[in-house]
Design a protein around this ligand. Structure first.
Ligand SMILES: Nc1ncnc2c1ncn2[C@@H]1O[C@H](COP(=O)(O)OP(=O)(O)O)[C@@H](O)[C@H]1O
Ligand SMILES: [Mg+2]
Length: 360
């Protein structure tokens, strides 16, 4: 078998083997289903805000940056009180948002967008690595498993990758997504944030290719739950030019998480209907903007409602207190401020069933 070289990209091998083709069928079927279900929710921002927060949490967890959804929603209520980890993960959400806007606007996934995403994530403008010496280690043993290219090579390799992202290709777009992710992690263009930026690129690529309208696939949950395998299959490409296992790993992830995200979106959709009917029948101040607010912000507060509904502080307080009194929301205190939880939604988001072990 030929040996792996970073410069031979895409690899000159038959990548779409029979097993890969079978995995592609499944992944596309589930992804198409997710795209369809997501379209039944009229306000797309609503799904993006909750699902990209989950993605941010799991993707960061892969890098041992650990926080909870509760802490992340509290960060949105009172950014000034946040712990540094939740702040960093909140930046991830901004990164997804910036990337999505740019991809949607231009229909392209450019180096500038990748730089903007990483910069939002890290909160600095360091750009590509400029000093040598970056190595990847096995987390358990500390042994060096891979040495990314020297900084002088990074711009050229990244331009070639950008070119590949936009070239016409016979390869299936999901195969290309997996190739791009591998190549990106191997170039390791940044001092930090390569893992997370690479996973944001996955989702943005799906949007660019029209496989999803919005960046809602919860793929990092799968990667986080199979982290050891993720590192192994990434590395086996470099050590043995073993691409098939890498492709199968990623395609299985797309299929499983697309199915899982479909389930979640259906759950959100059902809750949306339930809340809508209840608020419409019991509260004179019902409006679609109000429903959107309490689904976009599972933890909401008076200022969010003032902004989204264009009402006064007193009115927003009256609405939220009435909803809390009726049990639609739960009222809590954070420092001197109140916030209101959409508990049914939070139960759904915080307590996900595991991706089935038998399947992963
Ligand atoms: N031992 C390894 N084998 C294979 N890939 C690795 C290994 N260590 C790190 N990586 C890749 O590098 C990423 C971490 O790079 P890093 O720049 O620290 O990203 P982040 O800041 O998002 O933590 C991992 O998610 C993985 O994609
Ligand atoms: Mg890191």
């Amino acid at each position: 078998m030929s040996t792996y070289s970073l410069a031979d990209f895409p690899p000159a091998l038959n990548l779409e083997t029979e097993a890969v083709l079978r995995a592609l069928v499944l992944a596309h079927r589930h992804l198409a289903e997710l795209k369809g279900v997501a379209r039944t929710i009229p306000n797309e921002g609503l799904l993006i805000s909750t699902l990209s927060l989950q993605e941010a949490q799991s993707s960061s967890e892969i890098e041992n940056i650990i926080t909870t959804q509760d802490a992340l929603y509290k960060y949105q209520i009172q950014p000034q009180r946040a712990d540094p980890v939740s702040k960093e993960v909140a930046h991830y959400v901004e990164g997804v948002d910036i990337g999505f806007r740019q991809v949607r606007q231009h229909g392209l996934l450019t180096l500038n967008t990748i730089l903007a995403v990483q910069s939002a994530l890290e909160g600095n403008d360091a750009g590509f690595r400029k000093t040598p010496g970056r190595v990847l280690k096995n987390e358990q043993s500390g042994e060096v498993v891979y040495e990314p290219p020297s900084p002088e090579q990074v711009p050229e390799l990244m331009s070639a990758l950008e070119q590949f992202v936009h070239d016409e290709s016979e390869l299936d777009p999901l195969v290309r997504m997996a190739l791009v992710h591998h190549q990106f992690e191997s170039i390791h263009p940044f001092y930090d944030g390569n893992g997370r930026t690479g996973r944001i690129i996955n989702i943005l690529y799906l949007v660019k290719e029209g496989l999803l309208d919005t960046p809602i696939l919860y793929l990092s949950r799968y990667i986080s739950q199979t982290k050891t395998t993720y590192y192994q299959v990434l590395q086996q490409v470099r050590d043995h030019n073993e691409w098939e296992q890498w492709l199968l790993y990623m395609l299985r992830g797309v299929a499983l998480t697309a199915r899982h995200t479909t389930w979640l979106v259906e759950g959100i959709s059902a809750l949306l209907q339930r809340h809508k009917q209840r608020i419409r029948s019991d509260y004179k101040f019902y409006s679609q903007d109000l429903i959107n607010n309490i689904f976009r912000h599972p933890y909401t507060k008076v200022a969010f409602l003032e902004r989204d509904l264009g009402v006064s502080r007193a009115t927003a307080t009256r609405y939220l207190d009435a909803l809390a009194k009726g049990g639609v929301l739960q009222k809590h205190k954070l420092g001197r401020e109140n916030y209101y939880i959409n508990q049914a939604l939070v139960n759904l988001l915080f307590d996900l069933p595991d991706l089935d072990d038998g399947e992963i």
